[in-house]
Ligand binder design. Structure first.
Ligand code: SF4
Length: 229
């Protein structure tokens, strides 16, 4: 087979060459050193509030979501309050987070299902969570990992997506495939913390436009073309 065809095949498979157990262990150690206490930045008092906040966080900063959520959870203090809210009013209440019409549909739909089919409790399994309107694997992983401590997968948001590529842990661009790649190489007991650590690293150091490689603890392990040193 011609060299170019072999290369194309490797790319298509999504195989990253940076996934040797030794290198992955070193990355995890450096992340532990840099962000030992990384956790979810969305403020919440219970799994239901975390679910709503996570839906609101799509295409919006956590700071903005927290600002909106503080008053929102006072006005709508229960799943029933969201389930039977006036959609137009709710749209205005969450408007600053963007995409407010779709988010309203998701929040009202998910709340109704939680009230009417899940006994007011946010479900604890991936399969059940995925039946809620507006909930895909990313949101389900956030809720299961942070609210219930269940390691069902790895949260792949925009930061994790970018860093999985820069750290050569995945060569896929589809979040579902990236998650599968990461789940294959990261030990399951690290899935929850690893998700938070990568998100923190993406926000604070390995930023999209100008990664701060000079202050990055993973710099010696990184051979990304985006490196700035
Ligand atoms: S060295 Fe730079 S590009 Fe690599 S992980 Fe660190 S900040 Fe990101």
């Amino acid at each position: 087979m011609a060299k170019s065809k072999v290369k194309a095949k490797k790319r298509a498979s999504g195989n990253a060459r940076g996934t040797s157990p030794r290198r992955v262990r070193a990355i995890l150690e450096k992340l532990d050193e840099a962000f030992p206490a990384a956790t979810c930045a969305l403020e919440h008092k219970n799994p239901f509030q975390l679910l709503v906040a996570t839906i609101l966080s799509a295409q919006c900063t956590d700071v903005r979501v927290n600002q909106v959520a503080r008053t929102l959870f006072q006005k709508y203090p229960s799943p029933e309050a969201f389930a039977y809210a006036n959609p137009r009013e709710l749209q205005q209440d969450i408007r600053p987070t963007g995409f407010f019409r779709n988010k309203t549909k998701s929040i009202v739909g998910a709340s109704k299902k939680i009230v009417e089919e899940f006994g007011r409790q946010v479900p604890r399994t991936m399969d059940e969570l995925l039946t809620l309107p507006g909930v895909a694997r990313k949101t389900a992983n956030v809720v299961l990992g942070t609210a219930y401590g269940v390691a069902s997968g790895i949260v792949v948001d925009t930061h994790v997506q970018r860093l999985a590529g820069r750290l050569d842990l995945s060569r896929n661009s589809d979040p579902k495939k990236i998650e599968q790649d990461l789940m294959r190489v990261i030990p399951q007991e690290k899935w929850i913390l690893f998700s938070h650590q990568l998100i923190w690293h993406g926000r604070r150091v390995c930023q999209a436009r100008k990664p701060r490689c000079a202050e990055c603890k993973l710099e010696r392990l990184c051979y990304s073309k985006d490196k700035t040193i």
